[in-house]
Write a protein that binds this ligand. Structure first.
Ligand SMILES: Cc1ncc(C[n+]2csc(CCOP(=O)(O)OP(=O)(O)O)c2C)c(N)n1
Length: 664
């Protein structure tokens, strides 16, 4: 490990370094990020962009007393390296290793956990309010990206800051990128703010002013609060109203910082977010400010690594890569296409055939592969920014006009739009199609990203149809079927490679509420087991069926397809015919598919024992891969087979039971 990084075990050590040493440390941190993430991947680009900012924050403030609230918090790797976690850094996002996000249980320096965007301003304001209630003097800093400003909650918080507290520090880390290029009017507004000549001048004046102070010693001087006069000078340069900017477009809108100032927030910037002394002095000023303040800093995603600078979208978050070139490993030959790519290609075909279909993403064109539609048919594609509620309401509006909008949203992010699902899509019974990506585990991301609750949250809402395909061909059939429906339809499918089955040229309609019997009982006299394997659990179900069959059991294997409406006929038939039933789902057990089966059994007075396989009632941590986590929680073929065998110890049916069955 490099020289200064080796010496830094906590923020107190950062404060002891000179400016030159800090600058050296910044380089070392960059190398640690680039080398340390190469094996397992991670959010390299965003973290390379905040090296100086994080150093400056720890130089000026004092965590854990002072509070840093990071939006999304995928950019906290440097913070982790500086707060006692560097020896475990290379375990990040792996089984038993550090989380890829801020997590309260991981460190006292992580005062607030996150991974969904747009939460930082509100949470930080809550912390400020609590501090004020208690009469404390902690500094609270919310660090949020430019894409967080495409999210409504950020504005709900900003609307509320000035009336709640006098001491709030916001840092807008503007790199012009969300995961993809940032979208929308706010992004355009920030761009004008950056490029407006008078603001550039302000930034230059400000820099020149800082540079005039004795080199190197500046940071230390400021840290010791010896420069009260200097702070005043910054106020003069940075915060004096500038009439030319207010007049920029004749309305006081573009080109001015009015949007922040009208919210009662002092605005300072834009400043170069890689200029360490400038950052330190600005943060020192903010610390002394008796008024809520937003500092607008400009950073480069991927700074210090050419490949990442060239391709910010890919390097936002990626798997293992080559340190020399940034090249990522190609998929192994024969790997099936990702579910996402099948979805994206199917969207193009559906849109070509049906004018009522459009695709909507909430800032995830690459993650969902909706970018395939964007490329092929840009006028049928909408990226609304990190705004899931808006995405759903927007889709509802289009649906009232006869469209079949397809919202491609990760299961975990759709949670945010639950009210819109209930109050808008379902209550008005609108034909919005929800393609719930990442249903199941998002292993390296962990509990914030696993999509394990969607069946439970959709199943209880009237008018909704919910399904899950066993393979990619069925996914396309389900999408096609959904475009013929008049109700909200939810299709859940996981992350990563699909099953590798060919996708038909012409999709076919699936009868709503109809399960598929993959393998019926053969009535060979073996004890009867019925396996209901939902969606991607079919692979596990198929293996268990093969093993049990080989061991002499008579096994039926059913693809339920629908969670709602459940195929009551098929479920009841196999429920009665089998001696034990198993339900398999990549979802929490509580409220999930197995619960739906049990509800039906209870209603029909079916007493056949049910072995439920799914995720327990707890948040599932992150892990290196799906297999690690499935093993830990018993979602394995071996475990299923042994549970079923425990219910039905002998493969052959005892004579009395055989007689009973014959009579029945
Ligand atoms: C509610 C929600 N929707 C989508 C995402 C996926 N996501 C993760 S990071 C990110 C972009 C964040 O951009 P920004 O806040 O500007 O930070 P940067 O990575 O550019 O530093 C998105 C869309 C998310 N985390 N949360």
């Amino acid at each position: 490990m490099s020289r200064y990084l080796q010496m830094v075990d906590g923020p107190m050590h950062v404060k002891k370094l000179t400016l030159e040493q800090l600058q050296q440390l910044a380089e070392e941190l960059r190398q640690e990020l680039i080398n340390g993430l190469a094996k397992n991947g991670g959010h390299l680009g965003p973290n390379l962009g905040v090296v100086e900012l994080t150093l400056a924050l720890h130089f000026v403030f004092n965590t854990p007393k002072d509070k840093f609230v990071w939006d999304v918090s995928h950019q906290t790797y440097v913070h982790k390296l500086l707060t006692g976690r560097k020896s475990r850094f290379q375990t990040i996002r792996t089984t038993g290793g550090l989380s890829g996000f801020a997590m309260r249980s991981e460190s006292e320096h992580d005062c607030y956990g996150a991974a969904h965007a747009g939460t930082a301003l509100s949470a930080a304001l809550g912390i400020c309010a609590a501090r004020d209630q208690r009469g404390g003097d902690e500094n609270v800093v919310a660090i949020f990206g430019d894409a967080a400003l495409t999210n409504g909650i950020s504005f709900e918080a900003m609307n509320n800051i000035a009336q709640t507290t006098r001491r709030f520090i916001g840092i807008l880390n503007d790199n012009e990128w969300s995961i993809a290029k940032n979208v929308g009017a706010i992004s355009g507004y920030l761009n004008k703010l950056i490029t407006h000549p008078s603001y550039n001048k302000l930034a230059r004046d400000f820099e020149r002013f800082v540079r005039r102070l004795p080199k190197g010693k500046l940071a230390l001087k400021l840290a010791r609060k010896a420069e009260e006069g200097f702070k005043g000078a910054i106020t003069e340069v940075g915060l004096e109203p500038n009439p030319s900017t207010i007049e920029a477009d004749g309305r006081g809108g573009y080109g001015s910082s009015l949007i922040f100032e009208e919210m009662g927030l002092r605005y300072l910037g834009p400043i170069d977010g890689h200029n360490l002394p400038l950052l330190i002095s600005t943060l020192e000023f903010a610390k002394a400010c008796d008024h809520p303040i937003v500092i607008h800093i400009l950073t480069k995603k991927g700074k210090g690594f050419e490949a990442a600078l060239q391709n910010p979208e890919k390097f936002h978050g990626l798997g293992p890569y080559d340190v020399a070139t940034g090249a990522t490993l190609p998929a192994k030959a024969g790997t099936p296409p990702n579910w996402q790519d099948v979805f994206g290609q199917a969207m193009v075909k559906l849109c070509q055939k049906d004018n009522s279909v459009v695709g909507i993403t909430a800032a995830m064109p690459s993650g969902t592969s909706l970018k395939i539609l964007e490329k092929a048919m840009p006028n049928r594609y909408y990226d609304v920014g990190i705004a899931e509620e808006h995405a759903v309401l927007f889709a509802c509006g289009m649906a009232t006009m006869g469209f079949h909008p397809v919202c491609a949203i990760y299961s975990t992010f759709l949670q945010r739009a639950y009210d819109c699902i209930v109050h808008d899509a379902a209550l008005q019974d609108l034909p919005v199609i929800f393609c719930m990506d990442r249903a199941g585990l998002s292993p390296q991301d962990g509990p914030t990203h696993h999509g394990l609750f969607d069946i439970a949250y959709v199943r209880s809402v009237p008018n909704c149809i919910a399904m899950s395909p066993k393979d990619e061909d069925e996914l396309v059939d389900m999408m096609f079927t959904a475009t013929h429906e008049r109700h909200p339809v939810f299709i859940r499918y996981p992350r990563g490679p699909a099953e590798g089955v060919p996708v038909k040229d012409q999709p076919r309609l699936i009868e709503i509420g109809k399960a598929e019997i993959i393998q019926n009982f053969s009535n060979h006299g073996g004890r009867k087991v019925a396996l209901f394997a939902l969606g991607n659990m079919m692979r596990l179900g198929g293996k268990a069926a093969a093993q049990l069959t080989a061991d002499g059991y008579d096994v039926a294997l059913i693809n339920p397809r629908f969670v709602k409406p459940l195929d009551a006929g098929v479920t009841e038939f196999f429920g009665r015919a089998a001696e034990v039933v198993a339900t398999l789902e990549d979802h929490v057990l509580m409220g999930g598919y197995g619960s739906a089966v049990l509800e039906l059994f209870s209603e029909k007075r079916i007493t056949t024992p049910v072995v439920q396989m799914g995720w327990p009632d707890q948040f599932i941590e992150h892990g290196t891969n799906v297999d690690d986590l499935r093993k830990k929680y018993g979602l394995t073929v071996e475990n299923l087979v042994s549970k079923l065998k425990a219910e039905l110890p002998a493969a052959a049916v005892p004579v009395e039971r055989r007689r009973e069955l014959a009579v029945a």
